[in-house]
Write a protein that binds this ligand. Structure first.
Ligand code: SF4
Length: 425
């Protein structure tokens, strides 16, 4: 069995990993640093000079420095942003999970003055978070009820979701796991013994062939510790497919250090990266994607459709094109989950379908993600309806321009929609 290195703990003391394990909370070694060789884009550099004048380029590019200097309080925010009364009040009253946390790097993408700017809304909370709309819930996907052991959600036959940490580098205000992230000492805990129980379950469950590491953000964990977990998972013969879900390459691209790449390359996981808006496609993110793709990791994106943030076809198209150019396959476009306090972000499902219609046919098929609604029963893919009807043996199909085309087809091939609907009801 691979031994966990003594300094292989999470990077910051606020982590949920068992507080008794003091050695696991040390800072990872200095060699795991992006250092001066990581690029700093023009806008980020200007921001650094203005708000972090005494911070060197090397410090700025040190992901641990970025984590330590996260913007968390009204005072931190006030130093950079002109806060609306609503924002200031909400940040002050907030307690518990889903705290405010923004890396200085990511803060440069948020508008300093305009509280309605999309990306700013995704990270600075407003009072609407405290309004629970009908149908919303703290755990709308019922993940807690589907845990095989604590931290391991088993809701599909051959794959599991492994929640490895409760912490993130930044906190998204629409987070599906808002009930558990960023709340040390709260009802959810993440620890080495918990990891071991999850590993034991996986070792004893041969039908699981696919493990998705998520959280929280798995890349927040020290490189050595992640190495340990990936090594253990790779040692389970029936686990064929490993995936890591992360937002860190977008909000803290400096984390993609040479040391991290060297480690992750050994284990060959796929990566699902959480992108929101084309403004995130900075020189820093381009560098991070290049490092990951050059290491041979297949990259896919996941994006939540958010009202007033990325729900314009031009914005979404720009993001999808930018991802393809960086060797990231747009994978999922999610309908925003009905998490308590998220109605100000949620579009209708019809708007999601219209977004897919605006992409499909108008641009490369590779740039079109799957539009999915997540439910307690799993992800349900939805497509615009391109079937207009039937004329004798022909199917009448609508193309992306709205033109109708005939396709010769057997009489029985098209299912009776009314009968299908009756079955659902
Ligand atoms: S990074 Fe992921 S887990 Fe963390 S707050 Fe954002 S959506 Fe939630």
């Amino acid at each position: 069995m691979t031994q966990l290195p003594p300094d292989a703990g999470p990077v910051l003391p606020e982590h949920h990993v068992a507080s008794s394990n003091r050695r696991s909370q040390e800072t990872p070694p200095q060699s795991d640093s992006a250092g001066a060789r990581f690029p700093i884009g023009g806008a980020a550099n200007e921001f650094r000079r203005r708000f972090y004048a005494d911070v060197s380029r090397v410090q700025w590019n040190d992901w641990r420095w970025q984590l330590r200097k996260r913007i968390k309080t009204v005072e931190d925010l006030d130093r950079i942003f002109i806060l609306s009364d609503d924002e200031a009040l909400t940040v002050r009253r907030h307690s518990g999970s889903l705290p405010v946390g923004i890396t200085p790097y990511y803060a440069h993408l948020l508008d300093r003055v305009d509280a309605t700017q999309g990306l700013r809304r995704t990270h600075i909370p407003v009072g609407a978070e405290y309004f629970t709309a009908p149908g919303e819930a703290s755990d709308p996907l019922q993940e807690d009820a589907r845990q095989a052991v604590p931290g391991l959600v088993h809701r599909y036959p051959d794959r599991v979701l492994f929640l490895v940490t409760g912490n993130c580098s930044t906190y998204c205000r629409y987070c599906t796991r808002s009930r558990l992230v960023g709340d040390p000492g709260g009802p959810y805990s993440f620890s080495m013994p918990q990891w071991e129980r999850a590993l034991e379950y996986l070792e004893q469950t041969p039908r699981v062939r696919d493990v998705l590491l998520s959280g929280g953000d798995p890349l927040l964990i020290a490189t050595e510790k992640l190495d340990y977990l990936l090594t253990r998972l790779r040692a389970i013969k029936h686990v064929e497919f490993l995936r890591i879900g992360s937002k860190i390459p977008v909000v803290l691209p400096q984390r993609i250090t040479r040391g991290f790449i060297k480690m992750v390359k050994k284990h060959k996981p796929w990566m699902s990266i959480h992108f929101t808006h084309p403004d995130e496609l900075t020189p820093e993110v381009t560098e991070a994607m290049e490092r990951l793709a050059d290491a041979g990791l297949p990259l896919g994106s996941q994006t939540v459709l958010l009202k007033g943030v990325n729900d314009e076809p031009a914005v979404m198209t720009k993001l999808m094109h930018g991802l393809l150019m960086r060797r990231v396959k747009p994978y999922y476009l999610y309908q925003c989950d009905p998490i308590a306090g998220s109605s100000h972000f949620r579009t209708t499902v019809a708007e999601g379908l219209r977004m897919i219609e605006a992409l499909r046919g108008h641009t490369s098929g590779y740039a079109v993600p799957h539009f999915v609604v997540d439910t307690p029963g799993g992800k349900i893919p939805l497509l615009p309806d391109y079937v207009e009807g039937r004329d004798h043996g022909d199917l009448l199909l609508r193309n992306y321009q709205g033109k109708i085309f005939r396709h010769p087809d057997g009489d029985d091939a098209l299912p009776d929609r009314a009968a299908q609907l009756r079955k659902v009801i």
